[in-house]
Design a protein around this ligand. Sequence first.
Ligand SMILES: [Zn+2]
Length: 63
Amino acid sequence: MREAPPNRPAQPHGDHVPVCVHCEATADNPVAVATVHQNSGPGFTLYACQACTPYFPAGEGES
Ligand SMILES: [Zn+2]
């Protein structure tokens, strides 16, 4: 049984345009804000557009 995260955009593996997980718009300059690891599977990366990156304080070690 697979559970789909509610915020997961429909992104097939391979070539695709990252979609912002916050506003769900196509991100021109996508920033990886989170990586979701799954027990069974490769996991996936969540992206946000530049405007939405402040909503994702992932860069704790960032200068
Ligand atoms: Zn956005």
